[in-house]
Ligand binder design. Structure first.
Ligand SMILES: [Zn+2]
Length: 272
């Protein structure tokens, strides 16, 4: 059997086993296998074939820009090894084709902004060389990060419950860059509420350098929490509640239905 045929039959088997998309809350049938984190996050896109979720074509296609943004920005590093730089320029070409508005947003720093951005990073303990090609992020990138953070949370929810979060439930997710944590590290209280640990492991291949997460879940109430690290540049915390009533009185944080992920929620243009 050829590789394409094998892939097709693996997809068929998987979507038969999991007929509902893990991202739109039960609105659509699954049609494809979605990887979280995406292949592009891994060196040369090599990735163990685990952490796979059922997705419909709309959700798969609708979140691909967010995948690319996360793969790219989690590699923003000032002392990158050679491989990372090669992956980075390959991804940049993809972004240039798929989402030129993002490149524009990242590179629009003028001299003064550059100086401020550099001081800002250094004040957070990030060692930036004087000749670093500095990048900035704005509302477009922030929106893609928000989509990615919610998608990652929905995927990890699926991974641990082995069923999608339905639209009767709610999801809330947040992201942080390494600058946010570089001084004091990840807050201990976040780690304490998530005692369980996961990464992508297949045989001897452990990808914890690229991706690892902590989580906790309560099968009875259907509450789930996770904190994920992607490469060295991006952190995501996410929460799901299988029943919207559980979080109805919550004043802090924004909770959305899974199927609002691609409907441009107002708060997605801001870092929450
Ligand atoms: Zn979907």
């Amino acid at each position: 059997m050829g590789e394409a045929k094998l892939k097709e039959s693996a997809t068929k088997k998987f979507t038969t086993q999991f007929p509902i998309c893990a991202l739109c809350g039960g609105d659509r049938a699954s049609a494809t296998r979605e990887h979280m984190p995406p292949k592009s996050l891994f060196d040369q896109s090599h990735r163990p074939d685990r952490l796979v979720m059922p997705a419909c074509n709309e959700c798969n296609g609708g979140t691909s820009k967010a995948d690319l943004t996360a793969a790219m920005l989690s590699r923003w590093n000032y002392d990158s090894p050679e491989q990372e730089r090669r992956d980075h320029s390959r991804l940049a070409n993809q972004v240039r084709k798929q989402a030129p508005e993002l490149i524009e947003e990242w590179t629009k720093l003028d001299q003064l902004d550059r100086k401020n951005a550099m001081e800002h990073l250094r004040s957070y303990g990030v060692m930036v060389p004087d000749d670093a090609a500095l990048m900035t992020i704005g509302p477009q990138t922030i929106k893609q990060f928000n989509i990615f953070a919610h998608k990652a949370t929905l995927c990890l929810h699926f991974e641990h419950f082995r069923k999608p979060l339905l639209n009767s439930g709610r999801v809330s997710a947040h992201w942080r860059t390494k600058e946010d944590f570089s001084k004091d590290g990840v807050p201990a209280e976040l780690l304490e509420i998530m005692p369980k640990y996961g990464t992508l492991v297949q045989g001897k291949w452990n990808s914890s350098e690229t991706f690892e997460y902590r989580y906790d879940l309560n099968q009875e109430t259907g509450l789930f929490a996770c904190l994920a690290r992607l490469r060295t540049g991006l952190f995501i915390s996410g929460f799901t509640a299988s029943n919207a009533d559980l979080v109805a009185g919550e004043s802090d944080g924004y909770w959305i239905k899974p199927n609002e992920l691609l409907k441009d929620p107002v708060h997605f243009s801001k870092k929450n």
